[in-house]
Design a protein around this ligand. Structure first.
Ligand code: CA
Ligand code: CA
Ligand code: CA
Ligand code: CA
Length: 404
């Protein structure tokens, strides 16, 4: 609060998660406020600027927008001068040239990939590695398989084989097929270092929910763990990352009702199962596992189709949803009310004792000026005020309008 002590002047408020209006039966939650009308698709997380805090990647029609962490929120920037044709789909991110900055991997459905080497939101280099796996292969994951610091590309075939491309920037430096075969009922669901040797391993899930792990050294199959665990059909592997900071990738499962179970892994097996004390509504889609705060432990990221995002910091089973972590990722679209407010609606903050509306009217229902006034606003423009902080100083957010 810049000035919450009196009834006069303008107050700056922040971290609001919900607007509720007392003169009509309408409430807006943070994600509803941030309807962007954008066709951008959330792809994943990546530390594009090398700050230790991952950002978010959105793609629309072959162009990319990157939301870098900025203060408590995000600042979105389009990647300039870079566009991929309709045959290319953004798969995900990895640091292919070991410069500490995440790069973007595209696939074209016929066994080729393209790489954007990134420097923050700027395209530093573009390349198509000289390799082609054919249509029966798909990219299954991105991770460093041989511990040289460069992210590698792990493929799966329709018939249950895997292949590893060792990368050096945009160059295909090595190719290998691990001496193992899982069959077509298995899906290479995730890659990550599940035994802590700094080399990525492959995690397979069968149609019946059985889980097996291949411990890899580059493209060499070092060990096979056949019975890692089993999950019901309502669960899917949502991501992998080191959420407890022990140096070993952990596995994150999400159910059809958005419950979350974390397998803290060790030795390529389950060390501990943690069911999280938290569950988002079905408008939230699991976005990834990445360190968003720079504390060396991976966080969970959730996004909505409307362009909102949430960061969950985990401590065992407890979840802290970071305030102000809402991002539009909206490719520059203004934050607008959804559902639409009446044309004569005005928004402002009312002093509870005097019932005086403070002069922060938004006649159009466009909340951008209000949001941009929040700390860390401006280009992020996405931080919403904190209900508890407002009520502590006797203010309520109000919408007023005249029924006719
Ligand atoms: Ca890089
Ligand atoms: Ca590597
Ligand atoms: Ca490993
Ligand atoms: Ca771990």
């Amino acid at each position: 609060m810049a000035d919450g002590s009196g009834t006069d002047g303008t107050d700056t408020v922040y971290d609001v998660e919900r607007f509720q209006f007392t003169d009509r039966a309408t409430a807006y939650t943070a994600n509803e406020l941030l309807s962007t009308g954008s066709s951008a698709t959330f792809i994943g997380t990546g530390d594009f600027a090398g700050t230790g805090q991952a950002g978010l990647l959105y793609v629309a029609n072959g162009t990319a927008t990157i939301a870098l962490r900025s203060g408590n929120g995000f600042s979105s920037q389009a990647v300039q001068g870079a566009h991929m044709g309709a045959e290319w789909t953004a798969f995900g991110t990895g640091d292919f040239n070991h410069d500490g900055k995440a790069d973007i991997l595209w696939t074209n459905g016929s066994g080729q990939v393209a790489i954007w080497q990134m420097d923050g939101a700027a395209l530093a280099k573009f390349g198509i590695p000289a390799g082609n796996m054919g249509r029966e292969w798909r990219v299954a994951g991105i991770a460093d398989a041989n511990a040289d610091g460069n992210a590698d590309i792990i493929w799966q075939s329709n018939s249950g084989d895997a292949a590893v491309w060792s990368m050096s920037g945009t160059t295909l430096a090595g190719f290998g097929i691990p001496a193992g075969h899982m069959g077509s009922e298995w899906r290479l669901a995730e890659v990550g270092d599940f035994n802590g040797d700094h080399k990525a391993d492959a995690l397979w899930v069968s149609n019946s929910g059985d889980v097996s792990a291949w411990l890899l050294s580059g493209a060499n199959l070092v060990a096979f763990n056949g019975n890692v665990g089993r999950m019901g059909s309502e669960w899917h592997v949502a991501g992998a990352g080191d959420v407890n900071g022990d140096g070993v990738s952990d596995l994150v499962w999400v159910s059809t009702n958005n419950s979350v179970e974390v397998w803290n892994m060790g030795g390529g097996r389950i060390g501990q199962i943690v069911d999280l004390n938290g569950r988002g509504g079905l408008e939230w889609h699991f976005g990834g596992v990445a360190d968003m705060t720079g504390d060396g432990r991976a966080d969970l990221v959730w996004t909505t189709d409307a362009g909102a995002s949430q960061i969950w910091q985990l401590n065992g089973a407890s979840v802290t949803v970071l305030s102000g972590s809402v991002a539009a990722g909206s490719v520059g679209a203004a934050a607008e009310l959804d559902p639409a407010a009446p044309a004569d609606a005005q928004f402002g903050f009312e002093d509870v004792s005097s019932e005086q509306l403070l002069p922060t009217a938004q006649p159009s229902g466009d909340l951008s000026p209000l949001l941009a006034a929040a700390p860390g606003g401006g280009d992020s423009g996405l931080l919403l005020p904190d209900v508890a902080a407002i009520s502590a100083v006797g203010l309520e957010l109000k919408q007023t309008h005249t029924f006719s």
